[in-house]
Design a binder for this molecule. Structure first.
Ligand code: PHE
Length: 502
């Protein structure tokens, strides 16, 4: 005679009520039991051969935000063809793209798909496209249509055809695909026989109360047994984003090393971002392709005339620095332009213009912006770690020591310094770390000692050690990422799976 506990009986009876076969979800709903309780009961029922647990792999497909747009407006290649037909079936590609109102960055992708789907003839030489009719809807479009109507589509294990479509759409980032296991419970003949014989639910008590003890009722009460080794439901408490945790760690390391944090605005004048750092006004880094300029308002305020004048003269002829400068006419208007700061060195030099007495040890860990193409290793918005030390008689050797200490606390031990160039430091170097997994050296930061052309206008009389480098690089190494975009994609599954950093 099997002895069933309260929840096990409940699950058995619920299953019977549901016709002898039901998903765990339905059993949960009807019985009012939690997932863990149903699963625990299921374990026992299976062991006693009263029920059988069936597991089936399922793929759940939902639209991504881009997919939603396409499900509404049509795939870009479809829109291209529609426009082409509107234009008479033969037209120049540029014209078609324009007619479609397609963002120019998507045009090559849409064209690629037109080609792949063989929807039109493309005359490369004349940059022309020809199509006589709107081709029939493809599997992918039909699938998008279904997704739009049903929000989610479940693909069973053996439906290969649908798997393939879903895979194509997933690679185009139009759908999100989640694997899950559908669990169904089925009453066995033995289970059915037991139900027919009549199972009554005996009340069980899961908590021994003072009242039960005082009144002596505990003697007659059936106490529920706990299985303390049974797995509980997955639990996702709130936690800081992995990147944020690494930012905090960088902060802690700096603080432990005796540095103080400084922060500044994301929008800076070109003066602090470039001019004060002795970067000539025709320096390539200043161009639109590399730097984001703010269009409204276009300009900001310059600091005191004394500093501006000194910077101007240093650029033009070297002023009192012993340098010959860059030998051009410095333009104040150019310096007033507002930019999204391209490095935190803008904050460093601004800070130094107001604090000149050693010892100074300050740092920042903050956002910077560069007009970069998004790739697996570049984003237009990222974080820089930056620090400076100002003291009597400090040298490059001190800087190398400081950096070795800093990065080794991040677990990066094999650090080397290679010579390189920055317009504002001399000597300049870059810190490199050897990454065994990649079997290569990667750059951690730029570093150096500020040049007299940077120091003199700020009236700084002592050597300044400075360095700045990307934080995401370190994050990628720490988290074992191959694609930097993961850090910014807010993929909950990934975020939940990353363990807390210590
Ligand atoms: N600002 C430099 C960069 O963004 C790094 C750097 C900082 C170099 C300080 C030298 C000194 O790459």
């Amino acid at each position: 005679m099997v002895e069933l506990r309260q929840n096990e009986q409940k699950v058995l009876l619920t299953l019977n009520k549901l016709g002898g076969k039901a998903s765990i979800d339905r059993i949960m709903k009807l019985s009012g039991l939690a997932h863990a309780s149903v699963m625990r009961a299921t374990l026992k029922l299976s062991k006693e051969k009263l029920a059988q647990l069936l597991e089936q792999k399922q793929t759940v497909v939902t639209l991504s935000s881009e997919g939603k747009t396409y499900a509404r407006d049509g795939l870009p290649e479809r829109r291209l063809i529609k426009s082409l037909i509107k234009l008479g079936g033969k037209a120049e590609i540029n014209r078609i793209v324009k007619e479609t109102g397609l963002d120019s960055q998507f045009a090559p992708i849409a064209l690629g798909w037109v080609r792949r789907k063989n929807w039109a003839t493309i005359k490369e030489k004349k940059q022309q496209m020809i199509a006589l009719r709107d081709p029939e809807k493809g599997e992918d479009e039909r699938f998008l249509g279904i997704l739009k109507a049903k929000k989610a589509v479940i693909i069973e294990e053996h439906s290969e055809e649908k798997q393939i479509v879903a895979d194509v759409l997933r690679r185009r980032k139009l759908v999100e695909v989640e694997e899950r296991i559908l669990r169904t419970l089925k009453l066995t003949a033995k289970g059915k026989a037991l139900v027919n014989k009549g199972v009554t639910i005996v009340d069980e008590v899961s908590q021994l109360t003072p009242e039960l003890i005082i009144t002596g009722k505990w003697r007659e009460t059936k106490l529920r047994k706990f299985n303390v080794t049974a797995p509980g439901p997955a639990f996702y408490p709130g936690k800081a984003h992995p990147l944020q945790q690494i930012i905090e760690r960088a902060r802690e390391i700096f603080l432990e090393m005796g540095f103080t944090e400084i922060r500044g605005p994301l929008v800076e004048t070109a003066f602090w971002n470039f001019d004060a750092l002795f970067q000539p006004q025709d320096h390539p880094a200043r161009e639109m392709q590399d730097t984001f300029y703010v269009s409204d308002p276009k300009t900001g305020k310059l600091p005191s005339e004394e500093i501006v004048d000194a910077v101007a003269k240093t650029h033009e002829n070297g002023w009192i620095t012993g340098s010959r400068g860059w030998g051009y006419k410095w333009n104040r208007k150019e310096a007033r332009r507002l930019v999204l700061r391209t490095h935190t060195t803008a904050e460093t030099i601004k800070y130094l213009s107001k604090h000149r007495n050693p010892p100074i040890k300050v740092f920042s860990v903050d956002r910077v912006y560069r007009n970069e193409q998004l790739t697996y290793k570049n984003t237009a918005e990222f974080h820089q770690i930056e620090g400076i030390v100002v003291d009597k008689g400090v040298t490059l050797r001190d800087l190398m020591g400081t950096l070795k200490t800093f990065y080794s606390r991040f677990g990066l031990k094999k650090v080397q310094f290679w010579p390189c160039y920055f317009p504002y430091t001399e000597p300049s170097a870059q810190a490199m770390v050897f990454v065994p997994q990649l079997k290569s050296w990667i750059e951690l930061c730029g570093m150096g000692m500020f040049r007299p052309e940077v120091l003199a206008p700020m009236r700084i009389e002592h050597p300044v050690l400075a360095w700045g480098g990307g934080l995401e690089r370190i994050a990628m190494l720490e988290l074992g990422l191959e694609d930097i975009r993961v850090l910014f994609s807010n993929n909950l599954g990934w975020i939940r799976g990353v363990p807390l950093r210590r």
